[in-house]
Design a protein around this ligand. Structure first.
Ligand code: 5AD
Length: 358
């Protein structure tokens, strides 16, 4: 064992003991990654997840309800500047129909995800959230609609939204500028995340692995940020290029590095709700299974109407069939069973102590 590997194994043990690592220590763990170290991290991460949640994987029905977006993130296929994308937005009735179909299939969490679409004013979104919570009071409702004023987050929370996903994308300011135009600022992103948490949302942050310009130092910054902010959810997937974006020619992120980061995040935040993401399932056919084996405990099948799924193309070849499709839940169940897990049918709330709620 090299000195670096020995130090890395010691750091995994420290993480398992609940110690917080600093930037240099995270960097050491990232640099020392070998297949053997990743396997060790995955084994420890799976044990932590099993201790808290059991061998249960939670499902979330993902409704991609608008692909209009006013932002121009360089990595994203539905960026405003992509004039080749055919735009759609679902009506309230269509969204409620998705929830009804999802409820019948066994979903007890609905995730409303969309681009930053100015059509969805507070009034319209509040109406939508209220209608869903009225019809499905036993279900959790997650929003993922980007940066909004604090008052907007407050109004949506008051209307019944339980959770909010807003990936920080990168905690490194220089890297954030490399991924976004000038008008999008890391400070604004972080202020939104803090506001969401303060309002009592179960809050999700997260980032892509292997996005252009990302270094191990950037990833160490992400891990330092996550362990300080302590979100209830963390979304991590590989960067995958989209042919109509400025990053069209950039290489995809590594599946192995993504899995390693899932394990590290599980060890650092034991009770975190951690999805095996669609991007991971797109990058590798067995990505969801490997994600769960690395410490993930959530999957988010697509509940959008079949006709719009290929229009929500954040990256090329984004999958929406098989285990990624809500209507194929049986396939997902079988695949999870094959690796020793069951698909849970409850809301699957955060099981840890959540700041702001203690
Ligand atoms: N590759 C992988 N993930 C992407 N996202 C957006 N574009 C891409 C891409 N090209 C992720 C972002 C965003 C989430 C909804 O999807 O992290 O927050």
């Amino acid at each position: 064992m090299s000195g670096q590997t020995a130090e890395a194994v010691r750091l995994l043990e420290a993480l398992a003991q609940g110690e917080r690592l600093d930037h240099t220590q995270w960097r050491t763990l990232l640099e020392a990654r070998t297949p053997a170290l990743a396997a060790e991290a995955a084994q420890r991460a799976a044990a932590v997840r099993d201790r808290i949640y059991g061998k249960r994987v939670f499902i979330r029905g993902l409704i991609e309800f608008t692909n209009y977006c006013k932002n121009d993130c360089y990595y994203c296929g539905i960026r405003h500047g992509n004039r080749a994308t055919s735009r759609y937005r679902l009506t309230e009735d269509e969204i409620l129909a998705c929830c009804r179909a999802g409820y019948a299939l066994g979903f007890r969490t609905f995730v409303l995800q969309g681009g930053e679409d100015p059509y969805f004013t507070d009034a319209r979104l509040v109406r939508l959230v209220s209608a869903i919570k009225r019809e499905f009071p036993s279900c959790a409702l997650t929003l993922s609609v980007g940066e909004r004023p604090q008052e907007s987050y407050a109004a949506l929370r008051a209307a019944g939204a339980d959770r909010y996903l807003l990936r920080h994308e990168t905690a490194n300011a220089a890297h954030y500028r490399r991924l976004h135009p000038e008008n999008q600022r890391l400070e604004d992103r972080m202020a939104c995340l803090r506001a969401l948490k303060a309002l009592g949302y179960q809050t999700g942050a997260g980032f892509m692995v292997g996005s252009p310009g990302q270094t191990l130092d950037c990833l160490a910054d992400d891990l330092v940020f996550l362990t300080a902010f302590r979100p209830e959810m963390v979304g991590i997937g590989p960067f995958l290029p989209h042919h109509q974006t400025p990053f069209a020619g950039e290489p995809a992120g590594s599946v192995e590095m993504t899995l390693y980061l899932l394990s590290l995040v599980r060890l650092a935040l034991p009770a975190v709700l951690l999805p095996a993401t669609t991007a991971l399932g797109t990058a590798a056919g067995d990505g969801r299974e490997r994600g769960v084996q690395a410490g993930a405990n959530v999957v988010m099948p697509n509940l959008s109407p079949a006709g719009v799924r290929e229009k929500y193309m954040l990256y090329d070849n984004k999958i929406s069939t098989g285990s990624e499709a809500a209507e194929c839940l049986d396939e997902l169940r079988q695949r999870m069973q094959a690796i020793g897990y069951t698909v849970a049918v409850d809301r699957g709330d955060f099981a840890g102590i959540s700041e702001g709620k203690v």
